[in-house]
Design a protein. Structure first.
Length: 150
């Protein structure tokens, strides 16, 4: 199957968002002291890594490799930039707010991708990943809300 430039760009953008999430969650898991959040962030980092692999496999099946050097956004999207500062504050609510902000970008990227004309298997994968990202976003938001009310 051949892949057009727009489809490649769409999948590559999702891969970049997943990389941002994986890196953000890994950073958070290493630096957070709350055991429950440490475990949750590790889980989400692993989840994003597997999503990256799944998307890269789809590109390969379409005869295209993911060009890791072509990221316009740089190594980490600004949505995750403030995670270090939030972690240093030791403020659970603030850390969760930063994670939710990063997830907002991922949710939006998946919503945009699903508006495109995607081939069958890729569409199914992106729909499933969107569901996973949305669930992670909603879970982080509920933890943030609980921290606000604590």
């Amino acid at each position: 199957m051949t892949i057009n430039k727009e489809l490649y760009s769409t999948v590559h953008h999702l891969i970049e968002r997943c990389k941002d999430g994986a890196k953000g969650y890994l950073t958070a898991s290493e630096d957070i002291e709350d055991k429950d959040l440490k475990d949750l962030f590790k889980k989400y980092a692993v989840q994003r890594d597997s999503m990256i692999t799944e998307l890269q496999d789809q590109l390969t099946k379409m005869g295209h490799a993911d060009d890791e050097s072509s990221s316009i956004e740089g190594t980490v999207h600004r949505a995750w930039i403030d995670i270090k500062s939030a972690l240093s504050s030791k403020d659970r609510k603030r850390v969760l707010e930063e994670c939710e902000r990063g997830e907002d970008y991922a949710v939006k990227a998946y919503q945009e991708a699903l508006k495109k004309d995607l081939p069958g298997t890729l569409k199914q994968i992106i729909e499933q990943q969107y569901s996973d990202v949305k669930n992670a976003h909603d879970h982080i938001r509920s933890l943030r809300d609980a921290a606000r009310n604590a």
